[in-house]
Design a protein around this ligand. Structure first.
Ligand code: TGC
Length: 386
């Protein structure tokens, strides 16, 4: 069975094209990622050498049409994200920051010149992008950002600090969101611009095979053409976060599925009191509960993905998927770790690594609390953020 947690024939809901893409990403993860990930995680290395492979698979900006991008559907993007995160959240995060955040910002809000300059190179993995929204004092509340862009003649000059910016120290281009006298604006900033510095944050206990940075912007001078012309206000960055949050609901279930498979496999071979762990009722209950939530999580992601492809997906509905699937996935990974006993705390097995990664995944792109309050507002009509 390719997917032992699939109790409901989920595959029958997918087209041949969707299954083919999913299988090709799974095979890449099995051969190129899984044999190396424990080492990368332990050494806190993001393997830049896999970027051309991800590009070859057509995974960078894969949901974008044109500009050298693969023009895949939202469901295909989600399926790929789940397979990548079955390898490691850091891998899915790379594809997400590159495609859903940086490339989406340029594709949705950029000028034709900005699209031509950056999107083809980013699709090929020749240019890496990052997305600077969060700040040391403005995480859940990006409207409170302090980074400011002021006009100086025809130029823009940016000053401020950003935090938790994925891939910034290896990126060639940064999308930086800043207050201006008219509201929040986005800028396409080559990272070689004087005054731009990115410093990886370490040591981390989560997402170790990934890079998150502090970014300093000190008198970063840009021509007017660096401004994203098609957006003004927080709706711009939020429209990109919608893309990334959508991918996370699939990715988290990939990490959960991989942890479940590790526990199932281990419990079949691990003898305790004269029989395999899998033969005990308490083990079977754990395995069944995990499988139920994985099946429900994938069904939810697929339903929302079909809505996204139909153009009817609402931001609140993305919160349903992101909140539910992150919450269930981390519980599944923790339960899987428990089934592995002491061995589960080593890097020989994936569940604890996935659980640690999911601490970040449930925090970025809107914490559990933010998505709860988005849905609380939807249900009651009363915003309770402040
Ligand atoms: P609110 O007043 O609700 O909205 C302000 C404007 O934004 C619009 N908007 C959205 N548009 C599209 N999609 C969405 N999901 C949107 N949410 C809001 C809204 O319509 C409004 O537009 P307009 O034209 O009327 O001005 O804003 P609020 O500040 O009251 O919202 C509250 C809250 C908590 C929901 C919001 O602030 C929020 O979602 N906070 C979480 C922020 C977040 O997810 N941050 C994570 C960023 S991740 C990051 O920076 C690092 S990237 C990852 C990496 O690099 O690894």
């Amino acid at each position: 069975m390719t997917n032992p947690s699939d109790l409901i024939d989920f595959d029958s809901l997918l087209t041949l094209e969707e299954r083919t893409l999913r299988d090709s990403v799974r095979s890449f993860v099995d051969t190129e990622i899984k044999p190396n990930i424990a080492d990368w995680f332990e050494k806190a290395v993001f393997p830049l050498e896999i970027v051309p492979e991800l590009a070859k698979l057509g995974l960078l900006g894969m949901h974008i049409d044109g500009y050298g991008c693969a023009g895949r559907t939202a469901v295909e993007y989600g399926l790929a994200g789940a397979e990548l995160e079955a390898g490691d959240s850091g891998l899915r995060t790379f594809v997400s920051v590159q495609g859903s955040l940086a490339m989406s910002a340029i594709h949705k809000h950029g000028s034709e010149e900005q699209k031509q300059e950056w999107l083809p190179a980013m699709a090929k993995g020749e240019a890496i992008g990052c997305f600077g929204l969060t700040e040391p004092s403005a995480g859940s509340d990006p409207g409170n950002m302090a980074t400011f862009a002021h006009r100086d003649g025809s130029d823009w000059v940016l000053n401020g600090t950003k935090r938790w910016i994925g891939l910034a120290s290896v990126a060639q281009v940064a999308i930086i969101w800043a207050q201006s006298d008219k509201g929040v604006r986005g800028f396409v900033v080559p990272t070689s611009t004087p005054g731009f510095t990115a410093t990886p944050i370490s040591p981390k206990l989560s997402m170790r095979a990934s890079i998150q940075c502090d970014v300093e912007l000190t008198n970063v001078r840009l021509p007017h053409s660096a401004m994203l012309p098609e957006t003004l206000g927080l709706g711009g960055p939020f429209s990109c976060l919608n893309e990334a949050r959508y991918g996370i609901m699939w990715g988290a279930m990939g990490a959960a599925r991989d942890s479940f498979e590790a526990a199932l496999d281990y419990s079949a071979g691990r003898m305790q009191f004269g029989k395999p762990l899998a033969g005990y009722q308490l083990s079977q209950q754990k395995l069944v509960n995990m499988a139920l939530e994985i099946n429900k999580g994938f069904l939810l992601a697929l339903h929302l993905g079909r809505k996204k492809d139909a153009g009817t997906l609402q931001p609140d509905q993305i919160s349903v998927g992101k909140l539910n699937n992150c919450r269930e996935a981390i519980e599944i990974c923790r339960e899987a770790r428990a089934m592995l006993g002491g061995n589960g705390i080593t890097l020989d097995y994936s569940p604890m690594r996935h659980a640690n990664n999911l601490e970040s995944v449930r925090t970025y792109e809107g914490t559990d609390e933010v998505h709860t309050l988005i849905l609380g507002r939807k249900l009651t009509g009363i915003p309770a953020f402040r």
